[in-house]
Design a protein around this ligand. Structure first.
Ligand SMILES: NC(=O)c1ccc[n+]([C@@H]2O[C@H](COP(=O)([O-])OP(=O)(O)OC[C@H]3O[C@@H](n4cnc5c(N)ncnc54)[C@H](OP(=O)(O)O)[C@@H]3O)[C@@H](O)[C@H]2O)c1
Length: 284
């Protein structure tokens, strides 16, 4: 039995989709019973559990051999996921796969500082582990669909910084392998796309995919923070996002890793492929 924690999330959903096709026994946590039917329809046995409530995790972990966790990055995620690590170890789980973030061990940005303590707890637990450290997701650009439609523009405070964005579908492919194949045990994979690209280059690729000129428009950190706050996402989230863009701007996430190809035997999806596949989302 494989337990997925975060199976309704952006990454978790894709991991569940890919694993359910393999016919494995899957269980997925939901915090709200109302999501149980979705999990059942997607091929997993639902169980109500919340990582912030350790007592709820025992039932979820009964008979589980492998755990996958990919949950919303928040200031409480670190403690919540460590609760899950401790409960998994106590329940006799053999393999633990965690979705982390690129260069988490360097703790150079807020997200890395939230993820790295969980990585360390997993490594110290004695369970076999695979840590997946993806760079920013290509799918994040769907958040820019509104201004691409209204202004033919992507606004961001990222200067000319280049980032090797990776497609969520590729991240999920490696996660599915790590959960089902022994050869990935006690390994850390840095997952990137095939090229480091500036936002100007990405705007142009998306423009080609949807048949119109799209420009990248640099904005100040103050303007960006104001935009993030206008989304109603809260101060901590706006601060973490801005911190990430500043990190991108310094070319701290422009590494191109070959771990994806080593694991899967094929190349990761390019930004062009992503933009073509999601053209309808950008067009609206
Ligand atoms: N976005 C990027 O570019 C990027 C890049 C690299 C790494 N990452 C990392 O990727 C991870 C996943 O991102 P995502 O976009 O897939 O996240 P997401 O869509 O926000 O994940 C939502 C999932 O987290 C679950 N969840 C949240 N808190 C929980 C708790 N206390 N107990 C149990 N489940 C909980 C939710 O469960 P319910 O269904 O019960 O609500 C839901 O299934 C994050 O940790 C992020 O730091 C993101």
């Amino acid at each position: 039995m494989i337990l997925l924690v975060g199976a309704s999330g952006n990454v978790g959903k894709e991991v569940l989709r890919q694993l359910s096709a393999s016919g494995r026994d899957l269980r997925a946590t939901v915090r709200d019973e109302s999501k149980a039917a979705d999990m059942r329809n997607a091929g997993a046995e639902p169980v109500v559990a919340d990582m912030s409530d350790p007592a709820s995790l025992g039932k979820a972990l009964e008979g589980v051999e492998a755990v996958f966790v990919s949950t919303t990055a928040t200031p409480t995620m670190t403690d919540d996921q460590i609760n899950l690590v401790n409960a998994a170890k106590a329940a006799g789980v053999k393999r633990f796969v965690k979705l982390s973030v690129a260069k988490a061990d360097q703790e150079g940005c807020i997200y890395a500082r939230w993820h790295h303590p969980v990585e360390k707890a997993i490594m110290d637990s004695g369970m076999s582990y695979t840590i997946l450290r993806p760079n920013g997701f290509m799918q994040n650009f769907i958040m820019n669909a509104g201004t691409i439609q209204s202004d033919s523009a992507i606004y961001a405070p990222v200067g000319e910084g280049k980032v090797s964005f990776v497609d969520i579908r590729d991240v999920a492919e490696v996660a599915a392998k790590a959960l089902t194949e022994a050869s990935h045990e006690n390994t850390v994979y840095e997952l990137t796309g095939p090229a480091a690209l500036s936002h100007g280059e990405i705007a142009s690729i998306i423009g080609k995919a949807i048949g119109k000129d799209v420009n990248y428009v640099p904005i100040s950190d103050e303007q960006a923070h104001e935009v993030f706050m206008s989304w109603g996402i809260g101060q901590w989230f706006a601060d973490a996002l801005l911190d990430l863009f500043v990190f991108y701007r310094g070319n701290n996430m422009d590494h191109v890793a070959d771990d994806f190809t080593k694991v899967t035997g094929h190349k990761p999806r390019s930004m062009e492929t992503f933009a073509n596949d999601f053209a309808a989302a950008f067009k609206g």
